[in-house]
Design a protein around this ligand. Sequence first.
Ligand SMILES: Nc1ncnc2c1ncn2[C@@H]1O[C@H](COP(=O)(O)OP(=O)(O)OP(=O)(O)O)[C@@H](O)[C@H]1O
Ligand SMILES: [Mg+2]
Length: 326
Amino acid sequence: MKIGLMCGREYSFPQAFIDRVNQIGATDGITAELVSLGGTPMDKPSDYRVIVDRISHEVEYYRGAMKNAVLHGAYVINNPFWWTADDKFFNYALMDKLGCAIPKTVLIPQKAYPADIDLAPESLRNLKFPIDWDALLDYVGRPAILKPYSGGGWKHVYKVNDRRELLAAYEQTAPYCMTLQQFINFDQYVRCFTFGKTDITPVAYDVKERRYLVDHNYLSSEVGSRVVRDAQTINLALGYEMNTIEFAIQDGVPYAIDYLNPAPDFERDRITPFYFDMVVDKMSNLVVDRALNGHPSQCWPRWEEMLGIGPATGFTGAPGTTTAPQ
Ligand SMILES: Nc1ncnc2c1ncn2[C@@H]1O[C@H](COP(=O)(O)OP(=O)(O)OP(=O)(O)O)[C@@H](O)[C@H]1O
Ligand SMILES: [Mg+2]
């Protein structure tokens, strides 16, 4: 059985991961390599039993190839269908319903639209103008965070104190769709690595320096348990098996800030050698386990069942619990 890795400009993770899988998979006849794609026939099964996809968000062809691989029975981490559909605003609204602490968030109309949309009034007749910015600020509170509804790399994230600052920031956001969010005045911040849906490792994170810290006593056991439980709920609902889930902790309450990071940063220099070794180890164990035991459907999201509005296929926990089958 072959494990394939899809990745872009990454320096430390790819070879370390491939070497480790080749090492631990040898007794089961499992080998790992970079996936090689040069045109994907629709009726040809994938060469790989499991694919770890860390780049198809940047390359459209890759995303199509990943979907086709799933169709033919490959186990792709992360599920390319859900990843295509997901966005941060939906995530906030969903996890609010499922009992996680979520900053109040509002989705706002874009500042501008792609050039081929006719800006004549009838093209955008569903939009109400002018926007009542004061009402939106009243809803989320002041200060507030303005940030993309689907984005990453800390781009277009603005802290605004009032309407004037909000409008000045909004001016710079074309053509992105943005959210306005309650500002969490956090005293602690963690980023959780997740391996599979329920194996969660919260890591102290220095937001100013954008660095992971090795501090095993950073969280109290109470906050740590809630962080782990909420991160599990997030992955169980959304189907992610390789993710970074971020929490800002204010007065002992972990607010989930960002959990659409399905190609997490695995660069040794940034995540520290300690967590790098752990990530390589756990990701390798995960793919070997999925190669031997995984079924393609297991990486699908479960939020409809968890909310009790989807097909009843065995979820027995109440919203916010983590007893769903994995
Ligand atoms: N509601 C909030 N309250 C306080 N700070 C926030 C809030 N939302 C975002 N931030 C700050 O902005 C940073 C970036 O936000 P977010 O993670 O949502 O964006 P991103 O583009 O995914 O960034 P990254 O790639 O660094 O994860 C967070 O690490 C946090 O420091
Ligand atoms: Mg983030």
